[in-house]
Design a protein around this ligand. Sequence first.
Ligand code: FAD
Length: 452
Amino acid sequence: MDRVRVLAGHLGVSNHQGPLDEASGAQLQREATLATTNYEGFPYAQTMANFPPAVHDVFLFDELLSPEEKDIRYRTRAFMEKEIAPIIANYWERAAFPFEVVPNLAKLNLGGANLAGYGCPGQSVIGAAMAVVEIARVDASMSTFLMVHNSLCMLTLGLLGSEEQKRELLPDMAALKLIGAWGLTEPSNGSDAAALQTTARKVNGGWVLNGQKRWIGNATFADVIVIWARSSETKQVNAFVVRKGARGLRTSKIENKIALRVVQNADIFLDDCFVADSARLPGVTSFKDTNKVLAISRIMVAWQPVGIACGVFDMCKRYVDERVQFGAALGSFQLVQEKLARMLANVQAMFLMCWRLSKLYEEGKMTHELASTTKAWTTLRGREVVSLGRELLGGNGVVSDFLVAKAFGDMEAIYTYEGTYEVNVLVAGRGITGKAAFKAAPARKQPTSVQA
Ligand SMILES: Cc1cc2nc3c(=O)[nH]c(=O)nc-3n(C[C@H](O)[C@H](O)[C@H](O)COP(=O)(O)OP(=O)(O)OC[C@H]3O[C@@H](n4cnc5c(N)ncnc54)[C@H](O)[C@@H]3O)c2cc1C
């Protein structure tokens, strides 16, 4: 309250024009509200700590959701706004993971997402997506943390693991007592993951893994890591469960990221890492089996920019109401309104495209080309929304406390992971033309010099 009084006292000499009349009384009221945000240097607009109301759902998307899906949406939203929004910018700045929120996150019963049985909630694809959207709306890193755990690690175990692996791991993973990671990418093989080089050599009673992985989310602290490796016998890709502390397993955090800074990505080094026979996933016999997992996880990744865009739009809407320049709220200016209109239209279109993709998956009609088209397109539109938002916030558009700068950075990683924009549009292009264009054309011979 003291700050409110101080603000009131300063109003007469503030940037705002006019005496302390009725209009500036309203201004005083507004500043009194803003003063609760504790951002000392800028009392004119609230930070993300007091998360803005959700005003993005103008196409009443809510009406397309089942009661269960709505329940997931609103439970998750309440948790994220109350428990994560006030603290997460600080974690993002420090590139640290908020371990202390995991027990309360577990209470939302989101662990395992689409999987049913073994303690998992068996959500619909849209239900799982609503959790992704609401988490990403406040913090994309937290949604990546949960998606790596749910849609990559747990889903691989659920779809392709043995009965013993499922019984041993899934219940504790659903309760977030054990955290998962998923290691496919290698330093030598990013987009060209099918040519991965990590090896699995059959020995008495198990397998010996050798190689390197890169970018693996959650890997610095994960209890369970699914590692994709090529069998030295068959030359086919297999998958293995590697537990925390396994001999020959070493992880090293990737520092200095400009995106998803809360996610702990790691380089993984496998030096004669022994795993027992029981650690091999029996459902994986070739690289093609990754597609069974990526089909769902790519849908979820396509939804992530939707959540990010919703949060950025909500934040911008409040900001342009609160921030006054040239004697009027920013929202009064035509150029500002054009940006808001473009952002809001993008949000609606992204929602509807992802919703339809998810329904097609549930009806068994989704193709990989459609998933790739959608993932590529939502990341493209998401990038547009966050950059418009960044412009709308002026200087505060580069300060993570105001959400948009954080979202702006985070979008960059999502544009690139689970297939880069380019690789996903190549998959889409193959679907359109029937011609794969992934491989470079043969290099031309060096032209011979022309003799005069
Ligand atoms: C924050 C983050 C988290 C991640 N988490 C995980 C994880 O948990 N587990 C995991 O296994 N992996 C993870 N990844 C890895 C991610 O999937 C890869 O970064 C991605 O597949 C791209 O690989 P790359 O970075 O090696 O880029 P490259 O493959 O080297 O690509 C570089 C550029 O070349 C372009 N390019 C490549 N091939 C072609 C082509 N044929 N035609 C046209 N352009 C092409 C790409 O589109 C890109 O623009 C993560 C990555 C990031 C950044």
